[in-house]
Ligand binder design. Structure first.
Ligand SMILES: Cc1cn([C@H]2C[C@H](O)[C@@H](COP(=O)(O)OP(=O)(O)O[C@H]3O[C@@H](C)C(=O)[C@@H](O)[C@H]3O)O2)c(=O)[nH]c1=O
Length: 187
């Protein structure tokens, strides 16, 4: 697998090596040793899987506060999504900057989103399944959302349609009012 840096420090794109033959294909979706070679020493504790029925569903932008922050390794195993990570580490030189990438069952790419970032995705097709590993357990008390279209962040979501959102995400605060307790250098 290739582990590629992005312009946001700590955010990586993972491109698995896909071995095709007459039966189909095989790939490793996670390899701790390959991650360690890149000094990514992550102890994943929980695997998540979500299904979104309709194109234009948007989940995000989510994070868990310290000390329950999560690293996330995200992939799309059915359909396609536009996946976004936002740096919310106070004092970071890229605070409020975002990185977006299309992940799909077809391209098999993954994104690694470190602690101190908010995460969200928009479905680009109907019937989307997303699976991701996290290195901290779900903690509803620490779960937070930032408004998906906060102009201060300015994510360039690849559609003009009004997305389908949860009530929590509709009512999410903008980054300037969000309950953020990350600071650059915490991890
Ligand atoms: C995230 C999560 C949710 N749940 C439950 C709580 C709730 O009843 C139901 C749906 O939760 P949510 O509405 O928060 O699901 P969702 O909007 O899909 O939340 C997820 O969005 C993406 C973008 C992320 O980055 C994830 O970390 C997570 O925040 O599932 C768990 O039991 N464990 C979990 O780890």
């Amino acid at each position: 697998m290739s582990i590629l840096e992005t312009y946001l420090e700590g955010v990586f794109i993972i491109e698995p090596k896909v071995y095709g033959d007459h039966r189909g294909w095989f790939m490793e979706t996670y390899n701790e040793s390959s991650f360690r070679e890149e000094s990514l020493n992550i102890n994943f504790l929980q695997d998540n899987h979500s299904f979104s029925a309709v194109k234009g569903t948007l989940r995000g932008l989510h994070y868990q506060k310290n000390p329950k922050a999560q690293t996330k390794l995200v992939r799309c195993t059915k359909g396609a999504i536009y996946d976004v990570a936002v740096d919310i580490r106070k004092g970071s030189k890229t605070y409020g900057s975002w990185y977006g990438i299309e992940l799909s069952a077809e391209n098999k790419k993954q994104i690694l989103i470190p602690k101190g970032f908010a995460h969200g995705f928009l479905t680009l097709t109907d019937n989307v399944e997303v699976q991701y590993k996290v290195d901290e357990f779900y903690s509803p008390e620490d779960d937070r959302s930032i408004l998906w279209n906060d102009p201060e962040i300015g994510v360039d979501w690849p559609t003009n349609i009004e997305p389908i959102l949860s009530d929590k995400d509709i009512n999410a605060p903008k980054i300037k009012d969000a309950d953020i307790n990350f600071k650059y250098g915490d991890y």
